[in-house]
Design a protein around this ligand. Structure first.
Ligand SMILES: [Cu+2]
Length: 67
């Protein structure tokens, strides 16, 4: 399953790395396919709980929603 999220608030490469690291630690995530500041989105593969993905991003200080 591929999950795509909209992520608001990423302003630099550090933000991208923080979101990527946070997503990679969520149970069920097999691969963080992409985190893009330009497109304000993140894509992960696996069977993660979407709510857990959103919570992990919000814990880092960014806003996220499915889609
Ligand atoms: Cu940043």
């Amino acid at each position: 399953m591929t999950v795509k999220l909209s992520v608001e608030g990423m302003t630099c490469d550090h933000c991208v790395r923080a979101v990527r690291d946070a997503l990679s630690k969520v149970p069920g995530v097999e691969q963080v396919v992409e985190v893009s500041r330009e497109r304000a989105e993140a894509i992960v593969d696996g069977g993660p709980d979407v709510g857990a993905l959103i919570a992990a991003i919000e814990e880092e200080g960014y806003r996220a929603k499915a889609g």
